[in-house]
Design a protein around this ligand. Structure first.
Ligand code: MG
Length: 387
């Protein structure tokens, strides 16, 4: 490798339709701590100090899912995958031909926990070799059989292959073209068939490919363990009653004898949560981000304010761990709407409903809330940032 930094591309292989780990959408788009699995995978590469070009290879039916999952992350336009993983990788490699990277890393889209260190080791090994893959030696004894053991398999010299699998671009493109239709299980096998020498470099036990429901739970545990810097923020808001026949509370339109007065939709619940999140990451308050003097926010739906605060948390690779909101009013009654409020907040923030709490209290007829002049809300947000 010469002195200049090599030009590197990453192919994110995400064309599978696998829904084994749950219903509905393909697993690479399912939320992991509120964000699509594929987003975590892409971010493993986007956050490198010299970020490579990221090329998602996806199923054409998933174009919208992919766009939403990777919003705000700089990538090349997605390429449509083929019938098999191998065909999908080949299409990705072909799409890179015009830009001609020196090196290409091939990464499973459903492998969201790949560390900087693992990626760096694979890239470093490519200075000496045509190919290098992240892998782990097999430490457990290996058995062959069905319900009972039919034999033991020597584990010496056996490795479990992970991704990224990195290669010099031209040789792996040629190898994939030659191996077309051969049904090999990974890119290293394609490279082997072409006679390339491939280095085994240490992967990481946490670098799992998320497949089962249990894998989702494990991936969440790993991400939480990496985000040990726990922050809290508090938020408080008040809006007065005025003429109207409904109020907006926690993103829901609730019929009432009055409306709430405010520049936006006057959703005190979402405003208090937004301020709590901003407080947890030291980003000022809602008025700083959305000044009442700005006509853009007249009558605005407050979920946009909350999403902005969540974005600021996630830009720091943070996780919204918990939100606890208390609504303070005599009327309207909150309890009939509480479950729906929790669901709506969880939906806006992109977290599980078990991480949201909505409570309500009156002030026993005392003060402005007691006189039903308005509604107050206070919130506490718990956020976890990487250490
Ligand atoms: Mg407000």
């Amino acid at each position: 490798m010469n002195e200049a930094a090599p030009k590197i591309a990453v192919i994110l292989v995400a064309a599978g339709r696998g829904q084994r780990a749950g219903a509905g959408i393909p697993k690479q788009y399912r939320p992991l701590l509120g964000e699509p699995l594929l987003r975590w995978t892409a971010r493993s590469f986007a956050r490198l100090s010299r970020a490579p070009a990221i090329l998602p290879v996806i199923h054409p039916d998933d174009a919208d899912l992919c766009q939403a999952a990777l919003a705000g992350i700089s990538t090349l336009p997605p390429v449509w995958g083929g019938e098999t993983r191998q065909e999908s990788v080949l299409r990705g490699l072909e799409a890179l031909e015009a830009s001609e990277p020196h090196l290409v890393l091939i990464q499973d889209g459903a492998r969201p926990l790949t560390s900087n260190a693992t990626i760096t080791r694979v890239i470093a090994a490519l200075a000496e070799r045509d190919g290098a893959i992240a892998a782990l030696p097999v430490n457990d004894s290996l058995k062959r059989g069905d319900a009972t053991i039919e034999g033991s398999v020597a584990r010496d010299g056996l490795w479990r292959a992970q991704t990224p699998q990195g290669f010099r671009y031209r040789p792996i493109l040629a190898a994939h073209r030659a191996a077309r239709g051969k049904a090999l299980t990974d890119d290293a096998a394609v490279a082997e068939m072409a006679g390339m020498t491939i280095a085994l470099v240490p992967g990481d036990e946490d670098n799992i490919k998320v497949t089962t429901e249990g894998d989702f739970a494990r991936a969440e545990r790993v991400l939480l363990s990496r985000a040990g810097d726990v922050r809290t923020g508090s938020g408080f808001d008040v809006h007065r009653f005025g003429p109207g026949d409904h109020v907006w509370l926690c993103g829901l339109r609730i019929p009432h004898t009055h409306g709430l007065v405010g520049h936006s939709d006057a959703d005190v619940g979402l405003h208090a949560i937004t301020d709590a999140l901003l407080g947890a990451v030291g980003e000022g308050d809602i008025g700083l981000h959305f000044p009442p003097s700005d006509e853009r926010w007249r009558g605005a739906a407050s979920d946009a304010f909350l999403r902005h605060a969540v974005d600021l948390v996630r830009k720091r690779q943070g996780i919204v761990a918990h939100l606890d909101l208390t609504l303070i009013c005599e009327r309207p009654k909150v309890s009939p709407h509480r479950a729906a409020m929790i669901m709506r907040i969880a939906e806006i923030v992109g977290i599980d409903v078990t991480r949201v709490s909505v409570k309500a209290t009156t002030t026993e007829g005392l003060g402005f809330t007691g006189r039903s002049e308005g509604i107050a809300a206070q919130a506490i947000a718990t956020v976890r940032l990487p250490l």
